[in-house]
Design a protein around this ligand. Structure first.
Ligand SMILES: [Zn+2]
Length: 109
């Protein structure tokens, strides 16, 4: 696993650990020897209600994948992490806590 320069995981919510574990596994399985690169965690500028600010969202590097591989990894991430929302943006994969999981932990009212 690598962090983009300037990115820190300090403050990442413990609930995001499965995301790191499965992303690392899948990135390695698809040829990224160094594993996944986290391109944003708690930093950056996002929409006002973004889970990023609470350490409950991560952005993952995908630029080296072909469309076919990226589509496959997206499906595998959704299968491995059913309680998370996996969004395949053109520039990166965004993964955040799903609403059911968030409600279970009192994070949504
Ligand atoms: Zn994001």
């Amino acid at each position: 696993m690598k962090l983009k320069e300037g990115v820190t995981l300090a403050g990442l919510n413990i609930l995001m650990r499965p995301v790191l574990r499965h992303a690392e596994r899948l990135w390695v399985a698809h040829g990224q020897e160094d594993g996944v690169t986290i391109t944003e965690a708690l930093g950056g500028t996002h929409s006002a209600t973004s889970w990023h600010y609470y350490g409950l969202a991560l952005d993952l590097r995908t630029r080296y994948f072909t469309t076919e591989v990226y589509n496959g990894i997206t499906l595998e991430m959704r299968k491995a992490l059913p309680e998370f929302d996996v969004v395949a943006h053109s520039t990166h994969m965004h993964v955040e806590i799903g609403n059911v999981l968030a409600k279970r932990h009192g994070l949504l009212t």
